[in-house]
Design a protein around this ligand. Structure first.
Ligand code: NAI
Length: 233
């Protein structure tokens, strides 16, 4: 069985993607797959796949391939998504409600137990079975509902103060959407999610490709011009 401590952060970061592909294979009724077949599907080199999945007890056997269900279950165990995590959302605006409305998190064991806001017009509303509560109830709710994870979908100016309250109330994991870095003790983990950073990376890639196309077009034109002038001379 794989030991979580021995697996590098880079491999852990790739596990959710393996998990997704393995889930699709299970849905298709595929019981085993070779690294080459998985490589073709995932567009990752077969050697990378072998290196990554070797962390899971060498279940890729020569001539047999990987046991899909075993790997799927093992990756779920490593990621801790074979257990239930109780989650709350702080900030029941556009983003907070969008997260609450997404049903797939529950399938992965993330149970949205409560939502919190300061806006009196939102307090008392129910989003997909989850009531929006006033922020004053926060600490008591966390303790009573054994909440481990808090999603922060509030303005960045409010995030540090709320993060402090969450930590004092015993929260161990913050899923931070507010555009600010949080200062938390070492035993609290923060996962920052910034869609705009992802978009900026996309922008870089699309612009680089565009620049490259323009450079090639100019080069081609210059060559054609040189050829034409050469013929005229
Ligand atoms: P929104 O204005 O619709 O919702 C924010 C909610 O937070 C409001 O309902 C407001 O009453 C509530 N709120 C404010 N202070 C609070 C406090 N102290 N305690 C509890 N609730 C409080 O805004 P939206 O669009 O939902 O965005 C929320 C935050 O997420 C913003 O900071 C935004 O910049 C950020 N954001 C981040 C993204 C990302 O990829 N990381 C993507 C979209 C938004």
């Amino acid at each position: 069985m794989a030991d979580q401590r021995q697996i590098s952060k880079a491999v852990i970061a790739r596990l959710p993607r393996y998990y997704r592909y393995l889930g699709e294979l299970m849905e298709e009724g595929i019981e085993r797959i070779s690294s080459n077949e998985l490589s073709a599907r995932m567009k990752v080199t077969a050697s990378q796949i072998r290196q990554d999945l070797n962390n899971f007890g060498g279940f890729g056997q020569q001539g047999y391939g990987y046991n899909v269900k075993y790997l799927y279950t093992e990756i779920a165990r490593i990621l801790g998504i074979d257990r239930q995590h109780n989650l709350i959302i702080i900030g029941a605006g556009n983003l907070g409600q969008a997260i609450a409305n997404y049903t797939n998190f529950e399938k992965r064991g993330f149970m949205i137990k409560g939502m919190f806001d300061i806006n009196p017009r939102l307090i008392g509303l129910v989003v997909r079975g989850v009531e929006i509560r006033g922020i004053d109830d926060l600490e008591q709710f966390i303790v009573e509902n054994e909440v481990q994870i808090a999603a922060l979908t509030i303005p960045k100016s409010k995030a540090p103060e709320i993060a402090d309250r969450l930590v004092k109330a015993g929260i161990k994991a913050i899923w931070n959407f507010a555009h600010t870095d949080l200062n938390v003790p070492d035993d609290v983990v923060v996962e920052n999610v910034h869609l705009s950073e992802s978009l900026m990376r996309l922008s870089y890639r699309v612009c680089s490709m565009q620049d490259e196309r323009e450079r090639k077009a100019k080069e081609k034109l210059a060559k054609e011009n040189a050829k034409m002038h050469g013929q005229e001379a």
